[in-house]
Design a protein around this ligand. Structure first.
Ligand code: OGA
Ligand code: MN
Length: 210
């Protein structure tokens, strides 16, 4: 059996760097191989079936609250060593972290990420990925795990680009969306079917200036 690549084609990483420099966001349709997407989707469903996912909360520390009216996804944070597939995903993100630091001098220090499952009808209202009491999140990343997603399934990630322009991205399996956490308001529209993803954030050192 051929070993799965643990690094991404460098031209993909450079395309993401260029897009972020130019417009603050990027979308790559074939970021990971189909079989890894499937393995991660299976793992997400398994974690859900085992009761590992919990209602997502908003904010950090003492200000953390669960508000279903704001976001209705179920999440589980990732740690290294939980499965071969999720470790491979973390390796790919490490390659992206290094490319972003080399290309954009962002000083990204670590990566936090969670599986997310949106049941049918669940959504996440318009927001920025930065907490009032924690400004470490610098770059947001979402990898979608949905096979055979059709336009009528809904569930788009809606980006609010500058100049009042809205841009909707379907959560197609294997595609990756990357954007500057503090700059790009976005929301998740409700879907007609279960919607699976891995969402993550590259963080700077705590206390560094914005
Ligand atoms: C988030 C988020 C977008 C998506 O988890 O903060 O905005 O498309 N997710 O799942
Ligand atoms: Mn978000």
């Amino acid at each position: 059996m051929q070993a799965m690549p643990t690094t991404t084609d460098h031209s993909l990483l450079l395309a993401i760097v260029d897009d972020l420099a130019e417009s603050g966001w990027s979308r790559q349709n074939l970021f990971i191989a189909q079989d890894l997407t499937l393995e991660l989707a299976t793992e997400c469903r398994k974690r859900a079936a085992q009761g590992g996912l919990s209602p997502a909360s908003i904010g950090r520390g003492a200000t953390q609250v669960v508000r279903e009216g704001v976001r209705g996804d179920q999440i589980q944070w990732l740690e290294r060593g939980q499965s071969a597939a999720s470790d491979r995903y973390l390796d790919l993100m490490e390659g992206l972290r290094q490319a972003l630091n080399q290309g954009l001098y962002l000083g990204l220090e670590d990566y936090e990420s969670h599986f997310a499952l949106y049941p049918p009808g669940a959504y996440y209202q318009k927001h920025l990925d930065r907490f009032r009491d924690d400004d470490r999140r610098a770059v947001s990343v979402v990898l979608y795990l949905n096979q055979d997603w059709l336009p009528e399934h809904g569930g788009a990630l809606r980006l609010y680009l500058k100049g009042e322009r809205e841009h909707d991205l379907a959560p197609l399996g294997g595609s990756l969306v990357v954007f500057m956490s503090a700059e790009l308001p976005h929301e998740v529209l409700p879907a007609a079917r279960e919607r699976l993803s891995l969402a993550g954030w590259f963080r700077r050192r705590g206390g560094s200036p914005l």
